[in-house]
Design a binder for this molecule. Sequence first.
Ligand SMILES: [Zn+2]
Length: 467
Amino acid sequence: MSGSRATLLSLLVLAAWGCGDDRGREVRADGRLAGAAHGWNVVLVSVDTQRVDRLGAYGYQRRVTSPRTDALLLGAGARFERAMSPRGATWPAMATVLTGLYPTGHGVIRNGYGFPDDLPTLPRILQAAGYQTGAFLNNMHKANHSGWDEFYYGRGDDRRLVRKTHEWIRTLDRDRPFFLWAHFFGPHSPYHMAKLLEVMPGVDPEYDGPIKMGKVALDRILREQIPLDEADLEQLNALYDAAVLATDRNVGRLIDGLRTAPRADRTLFVYTSDHGEELYEHHDYFYHACSVYQTVLHVPLAIVAPGLIAPGTVLEPVVELADVMPTLLDLIDVEAPAEQHGISLVRLLERPDAAGASRAAFSEYDDTAIRTVLSDDWKLVLNPDEIEPQCVPGAPDFPFPIARLELYDLSTDPGETRNLADQHPDLVRKLEQLVEERFAGMSDRGQDQEIPEELRKELEALGYLAN
Ligand SMILES: [Zn+2]
């Protein structure tokens, strides 16, 4: 056994030993979960730009990136192997988590768009149900959120975010449950969290190539299409992994500090990400907003309910971020809004071994007709208007080329490199029909929105409106 493998294993063993099963009760004997967490606290942990395949619990072995997240969240309850985001952009994806609706349905179809005033959102619903609500965000803080008693923006500093979260927890009324949303920014470009780590295998301190932890330098690679060699890509990947590990430490700190929260033993945790990240796998692109591939749309998802859901539960069916809200409301027995595009996953959680009918997962793309659908192992990308999204600020001649039809067999081609659309016209048609049926007649709440000029400038400066 190599030294690094031995270190990895011992870290995982220590992590598993140190937490998870020590939370107290046996898994609920009757196995029924609907309403079983009535009155429990709810903690939503979302990590911006967190790729599934860089987390240890999802099989990443190259470097140790997520020991605490694996132990405290991904291995401590139910982990979903195939959870899908509706869009590779923060605001649309997180608004889906907070509403149970696809972007068209909630209207936050682009970064910068707002929630409709009359839309029931998770914080509004839980606040009305008597919850104390607090949002601690390192992205999307400029949206017109409501339903939060406490609202804090951490200026991109995840460690400060955790500290403020703990301060808030200490002020809470012990007679009422709380709903906490903590959104971490660590793995987002320019991967600056990586600099907090002194040692990360693969990060070359002597490296002097174009990959630098700075937005200007990284943008320049795309804008000027500077070719990257193996050493550059190794540095890019190691930096991203280091940023993931730095975030993992902050996620661990967050959970540690919640052990003394009011009613801590009755706390539901949801861990997820808004989207992943391209690291040069498709069309020489890094970042996320232009991608329609699994590198970006496949996200981690875990639901932890100590005493209710057995640690180490692994669920294979395709699920969507739109399922998070109906599932949470079902668990805590709070009525869901009439209109939900997701479904409660409680039945799946109750009977993880009973394979249900497979579902399809969908994604949208701003106000364009670009859509994706994942059904079993088949992924279809539709771009009927043959739009060429512009992905790099100041580089109008560098589109992210999405074909009119792209079909991938993820069972043999998980990297989505071989377009099989021409070989399987019947399957393409069937998947197209799934998309048509899914979005037919859906309320479009995004069509009349505009981004306020000042906010547009801010988001453009951050590169959020590149496409
Ligand atoms: Zn994001």
